[in-house]
Design a protein around this ligand. Structure first.
Ligand code: TRP
Ligand code: MN
Length: 433
């Protein structure tokens, strides 16, 4: 099967999937339906999607601080975007299940030694030893447990004072005050403050202001895991209960492959990643398989074309899909098409390229009269140095200082907020009157 680990111990694998099949669901069908309705608003052009989190979560980084930091970053971005676009922002963490990675090669060679590639903590260990790299099905149980722990934190934090608008805005204030690019963001932050003061003066005090709606999603790569956590409702609909939202990666979206077959069965809202070489007819065939009923909110196309390609390749895709009468969400992943290796050997991305891809994506949609539905980004709440640029200007020679990712380079906390403020300017400038 495409991109599936070669589990050496099939008996152990079956014991694990049996346990998962008997375990409680992590999310419920009603929640998935609720997200589908929210995404339908994105598809209609009445909301934006913000999806973000690590490229790869690890079992070590499920601690409270790491989760809290990512969540805080996403909430801060969401407030900025909600205000600027003046429409709801649907928030999905790339979290609580993002433990498996597709690889370009099944093996890795170092100093004459050949071992299985690291496929994410769900499968094996990152350390380059035969022991660590051996796929271990017990890790699927840890994936379930880590997902449950993370989701519990997410639910507790977004349902309590942590997500209060005033609180989140105060963090944004702190960022604007400290940031070298802060002057540029000052006005927007002032306006948000005034809006909050105004609401307070009017006595607006509802749950809506103190809690945030938040969903989780990951790449649905390991079909044995997803299958074991699939549950049927009384009406006979099947749902993946590992997360609200699952997506199919660029490498596993073969039309006749197992991933497309599995995703066509489940009723969750789902995404498909599309790279710069995605052929329009294949995209239409995916649409037919995955969203035959043309249900808004069911299908999200996540385009990762690269800053230099997006303006060329996106128009045809959008036009073809629109001509089929489909209402999908179009989302920009400005990370994966802009990765390169710095002279120091670090895999990195430039903040300016990331921003430029989103700008190009938005321009294309505006030219076609369609909706640039949102962004899907790799980020962390920490001050890592993995991407170059941003307000604090991480330089290529800074990458070695704090390069911690288990996979692709992530925007750090400040770069993520820089991106949100820059997008806010963009959304605002182009907001329909
Ligand atoms: N409840 C609304 C929402 O989730 C408004 C809101 C409250 C909010 N706290 C937030 C929005 C924090 C973004 C971030 O959209
Ligand atoms: Mn990645």
């Amino acid at each position: 099967m495409n991109q599936q680990p070669d589990w050496p111990d099939q008996v152990a694998l079956r014991a694990v999937t049996a346990r998962l099949a008997a375990a409680p669901p992590l999310v419920f069908a009603d929640e998935c339906d609720q997200l589908r309705r929210r995404l339908a608003a994105v598809a209609r052009g009445e909301a934006f999607l913000l999806q973000g989190g690590d490229c790869a979560e690890t079992f070590e980084t499920t601690g409270t601080e790491a989760v809290r930091g990512k969540l805080r970053t996403l909430l801060q971005m969401a407030v900025i975007l909600t205000y600027a676009a003046a429409v709801p922002v649907v928030k999905i963490g790339r979290m609580a299940g993002q433990y498996a990675k597709p690889r370009s090669s099944p093996v890795e060679q170092r100093d004459g030694l050949t071992l299985p590639s690291y496929r994410g903590d769900a499968v094996n260990g990152r350390e380059f030893t035969a022991e660590a790299r051996r796929p271990d099905p017990e890790r699927l149980l840890r994936m379930y447990e880590s997902s449950a722990t993370t989701l519990n934190l997410v639910r507790a934090l977004t349902g309590g004072g942590f997500a209060d608008l005033r609180q989140v805005h105060d963090w944004n204030r702190g960022f604007v005050t400290g940031s070298p690019a802060g002057e540029r963001y000052e006005r927007l932050a002032d306006e948000i403050e005034q809006a909050l003061d105004f609401m307070q003066a009017c006595g607006v005090d509802t749950r809506e202001l103190s809690t945030a709606d938040f969903f989780v999603g990951h790449e649905g790569l390991l079909l044995e895991y997803e299958e074991a956590l699939t549950r049927s409702t009384e009406s006979g609909r099947e749902y993946a209960t590992s997360a609200h939202f699952l997506w199919i990666g660029e490498r596993t979206r073969a039309l006749d492959g197992e991933h497309v077959a599995y995703f066509s069965r489940i009723s969750n809202p789902i995404g498909v990643k599309l790279g710069p070489t995605a052929d329009p007819d294949t995209v239409l065939a995916l649409l037919d398989k995955l969203d035959p009923a043309r249900e808004p909110g069911r299908l999200t196309f996540v385009v990762r074309a690269g800053a230099d390609r997006v303006r060329d390749v996106l128009p045809t895709l959008v036009e073809k899909v629109a001509s089929e009468g489909a209402r999908v969400c179009w989302v920009c992943d400005p990370m994966h098409g802009n990765t390169f290796t710095a002279p120091s050997g670090h895999k990195t991305r430039r903040f300016d390229a990331v921003l430029d891809e989103v700008v190009g994506f938005t321009e294309v949609h505006h030219a076609l009269g369609t909706h640039p539905g949102g962004i899907h980004v790799e980020l962390t709440g920490d001050d890592v140095t993995e991407c170059i640029g941003g307000g604090y200007e991480v330089r290529a020679e800074d990458l070695r200082h704090r390069y911690e990712t288990a996979c692709d380079p992530r925007l750090n906390h400040g770069q993520s907020l820089d991106l949100a403020f820059r997008l806010a300017e963009l959304y605002r400038a182009t907001r329909p009157a």
